[in-house]
Design a protein around this ligand. Sequence first.
Ligand code: CMC
Length: 433
Amino acid sequence: MKLSDTKATLSFSNGKPSMDLPVYSGSVGPDVIDIRKLYGQTGLFTYDPGFMSTAACQSSITYIDGDKGELLYRGYPIEQLAVNCDFMDICYLILNGDLPDGEQKKDFDNQVTRHTMVNEQMHFFLRGFRRDAHPMAVLTGLVGGLSAFYHDSTDITNPMHRHISAIRLIAKMPTLVAMAYKYSIGQPYVYPQNNLSYTGNFLRMMFANPCEEYVVNPVVEKALDRIFILHADHEQNASTSTVRLCGSSGTNPFAAIAAGVACLWGPAHGGANEACLNMLEEIQANGGMAKVGEFMEQVKDKNSGVRLMGFGHRVYKNYDPRAKLMQQTCKEVLASLGLESDPLFKLAMELERIALEDPYFVERKLYPNVDFYSGIVQRAIGIPTALFTAIFSLARTVGWIAQWNEMLSDPEYKIGRPRQIYSGESSRQYKKK
Ligand code: CMC
């Protein structure tokens, strides 16, 4: 970031001297006002719940222009990456800053492929969970548990340890998610197979069993790979900020990523894909198309507590570019699996059509987000609803680890420690009650 010629001046109505604040420009996007010296010079904090106007770090990984509906990974538009790359290219890009050449890709693929197995003891650890536990509860535990198994890559001051832990996390997430699934349905775990792609291997670990040959369906493989690409990173969202804040204390990468998994679980964030599909199924069960209008009235009624899941975004005030790509994938997958007349897809299209014309949504700039269609694709592929957010975690791991690494390499890195406006009792004396 570079210092802008513009300066901001903060003045006070109570006669306090005003303060000049430096302004910085990034490569694109809004300028930022540097308030780091504010407290030291004025004794005042800023107040910004939900970080509506606060840049908490500088980053060169992902850029979003919410008004234009633009998403760039390392400068490349998501639309170009989604059609020209596979998820391994994207992982390399996000971690290293540029796309790999042939040799780099081969080497990277090989490193990830060689780290997909997990310590055998992890199987016993998993068995401690109830079989009906939510996969995100299991995954939070398993990812945190990795720090107990891979001590040789937890020294965060050692760049080699950081690299190996990044590769391990990217490589082992599909294995852990598939293990959690197999455990929940009482089937044996399927070990990774090195001659398959990252995504093909995940599909096999999810759906193969020891009794028959499993053949990866290339349409399904491509669709799931695209889901991974679209979810790989998304700037300073809640789970990424959680990973940064957790990692800022110097904790090990597995613990920091486990915090990200826990945050992602919430329905306002990664849990929206599960909530969205549940919503579609509920509308379908209650009358389908005939009840769409009634449902939309509920959504618009603030007292109902009902939201149109998969709609709206803190940053996008335009169509989420990932939603467009996901809608296209949805059509392709349903057509190839002979599910063109899928009622939930029809329902989703109708909800979208109504919302895009309704003043409630138009005025608030509410558009479909990535989760509006991703659930329908995953359901068509055979992934159970409860596992959707775990798939999101798998894909977002590369973004989390790249952001964590970027933070640790930043000379301005400090432990994250927000302040508050205290509104409780002022100092009072103890009296026995
Ligand atoms: N349905 C109905 N009304 C909505 C919705 C929705 N999905 N989203 C926002 N609104 C309304 C909200 O009630 C508010 O209205 P008013 O100004 O009259 O009070 C206005 O729009 C602004 O909403 P907000 O909650 O203040 O906006 P936010 O930026 O704090 O929240 C959001 C963003 C994503 C949490 C919210 O849009 C939401 O809850 N959407 C549904 C959940 C969802 O799909 N989340 C996935 C996000 S994308 C995946 C990811 O990156 O994790």
